[in-house]
Design a protein around this ligand. Structure first.
Ligand SMILES: O=C(O)/C=C(\CC(=O)C(=O)O)C(=O)O
Length: 295
């Protein structure tokens, strides 16, 4: 939905209240903020121009959905200027942490400042429709330099390049989190080629985690996201200590169908059917990665 200036609104203004009640302390471990543009302009290289979606709206949504904390992931529309993300973390009073996108030439003092501002990881985005460059050699240098801070890297790529990503992912010296399971074709089912390839990646090292997120992006059939559920539930059951969940609000680039965040939350018990799995997915795992001091 575009406004007169061509800025996209990709989120619903009136999400439903979910039936599923998350456990106390639940973390929405994948969401973003956009702007506000007047304070935090978008990057000249941005591939999409969203309407403002700032921390007030994010934290109001969190309240409505029954979550306690957020992990805010720097979105490509803000490039390597992390001020909007840092601002949202600062006003959260300790209930948000973040993942930054950095210029590979970033200095150690600036990395320290990001750490002080609540950043705990760096994101490498390989989606051609979102970024112009994804220099693996430079990314590896960054990955080596964040090791001393106890950070991890978040990697975003699609299933068609998984095989070419393997040597790069194997060389990363810190824990790795894969966004949206590397976007498999969930219509293939849990034993399809994409899920098998992704499992072999998870099996290649025990510190690769993944976000079991985005039924709205991965399952075009829509709610109740049956293909997503049948493909992803076995993954949650097989790797219960390495999975994270998030809303993906404000759902960058979702233009034709606006996902309902309440409905997304109601997918959680379908992919994590026991209380023990839900607690790991929503509390224990994200706390270990983002608030290790409190976990
Ligand atoms: O963040 C997401 O979940 C997905 C995005 C946007 C994005 O990653 C970015 O702008 O950096 C997408 O697929 O368009």
């Amino acid at each position: 939905m575009k406004d007169d200036e061509g800025r996209i609104r990709s989120w619903t203004l009136e999400p439903s209240r979910p039936r599923f009640v998350p456990p106390p302390g639940a973390v929405d471990a994948h969401c973003h903020v956009f702007g506000p543009q007047a304070e935090f302009p978008f990057s000249p290289a941005a591939k999409y121009l969203p309407q403002d979606a700032g921390p007030d709206a994010l934290f109001a949504l969190r309240e409505k959905l029954g979550f306690s904390r957020n992990v805010i992931v720097q979105a490509s529309c803000h490039g390597t200027d992390n001020r909007a993300t840092l601002h949202a973390i600062a006003v959260s009073e300790g209930t948000a942490r973040g993942v930054a996108v950095v210029d590979p030439a970033i200095g150690d003092a600036e990395l320290d400042a990001l750490h002080a501002g609540g950043i705990r990881g760096v994101r490498f985005n390989f989606l051609k429709r979102l970024v112009d460059n994804a220099p693996k050699d430079k990314f590896l240098e960054v990955a080596h330099r964040i090791d001393r801070l106890g950070w991890h890297v978040v990697v975003y790529f699609e299933a068609d390049i998984l095989d070419e990503m393997r040597p790069f992912l194997a060389a990363i010296p810190v824990p790795v989190v894969i966004d949206h399971m590397g976007r498999p074709d969930v219509a293939q089912g849990p034993d399809g080629a994409d899920m098998r390839a992704f499992r072999s990646l998870l099996d290649s090292r025990d510190d690769i985690w993944t976000k079991v997120t985005c039924p709205d992006r991965l399952d075009p059939a829509g709610p109740p996201y049956a293909d997503f559920v049948r493909s992803v539930r076995p993954l949650v059951e097989a790797y219960p200590d390495r999975v994270l969940w998030g809303t993906d609000w404000p759902h960058p680039n979702m233009e034709s169908v606006l996902p309902d965040d309440g409905t997304l939350v109601d997918v959680i018990p379908d992919i994590a059917p026991t209380e023990a799995l839900q607690r790991k997915l929503l509390v224990d795992n994200p706390m270990r990665l983002y608030w290790p001091d409190e976990a």
